[in-house]
Design a protein around this ligand. Structure first.
Ligand SMILES: [Zn+2]
Length: 250
């Protein structure tokens, strides 16, 4: 099988860039049509410091524009769904967006079928750092996509890479492959620069002075479907990644 079409399901603007910006760029440059599907406009997120929008009501529209800039920079296309990202609660409590699980799973299956996806990328089982909206998207993809397209490869991104201290995400799932994305790093930094409202957050999280310093240079993936039964996956996506220099972790 040759990869022709990939669909990436994420919860918020900037997830596509931070978690998979290098791999999305690689896929696009290899001639794979990549569609990024973002469930919300991230209207519950930060408005920037100093604020980039005059009022919180405008944040969703601003972040949608940032997302379009970023995805274009990565060489992909974007679909924004109309779910509402709830504001971060007291004590930094995070919430998923409101939707019936079965409805979301069916919608993801239909979108994957519409784009005739050979490959689907999505959030990891832990929602990277426990974000419930990321976990909701993860489970809805795994419920909806194989039901609609049983042959389609489903991979999670940001899986754990034990040799890399920086990778503390998705502790429950070990990566099958990791890739040094620096050859595609300029595009990923360009996409990070599009997400202006999140720049303060990118820097603050790791105590950095500039946005490019926040570039995560290793991206990792784990095949979630079809089950590999404990074996390393071997498919069209792993072939493409290995040619790009990715290494197997098991
Ligand atoms: Zn997110």
């Amino acid at each position: 099988m040759t990869l022709r079409s990939a669909v990436c399901f994420f919860a918020h603007p900037d997830d596509e860039t931070i978690l998979a910006g290098g791999i999305i760029t690689l896929l696009a440059r290899q001639g794979v049509r990549v569609q990024v599907v973002c469930a919300t406009r991230g209207e519950g997120g930060e408005v920037g410091d100093p604020p980039v929008v005059p009022s919180r009501e405008l944040l969703g529209a601003a972040r949608e524009a940032e997302l379009r800039c970023a995805v274009h920079t990565l060489g992909a296309s974007v679909t924004v769904l109309d779910y509402i990202d709830p504001a971060v609660g007291e004590g930094e409590v995070l919430h998923p967006f409101a939707v019936a699980f079965d409805t979301l799973a069916k919608q993801f299956g239909e979108i994957a079928r519409h784009y005739q996806a050979d490959l689907v990328l999505t959030h990891g089982v832990d929602g990277e750092y426990g974000h419930p909206a990321h976990q909701l998207v993860h489970w809805a993809v795994l419920a909806g996509v194989p039901a609609a397209l049983p042959e389609t490869l489903v991979y999670t991104v940001a899986a754990r890479v034990p040799s890399i201290e920086d990778r503390l995400w998705n502790q429950s799932e070990a990566a099958h492959l990791a890739l040094d994305i620096q050859p595609w790093g300029a595009a990923k930094v360009g996409a990070m620069l599009c997400h202006v409202s999140q720049h303060a957050l990118f820097k603050r999280r790791r105590g950095l002075q500039t946005v490019p310093e926040a570039l995560r240079t290793t991206e990792s993936v784990r095949r979630a479907w079809p089950d590999t039964h404990g074996e390393p996956p071997q498919d069209a996506f792993t072939g493409l990644l290995r040619e790009a220099g990715a290494w197997l972790l098991e």
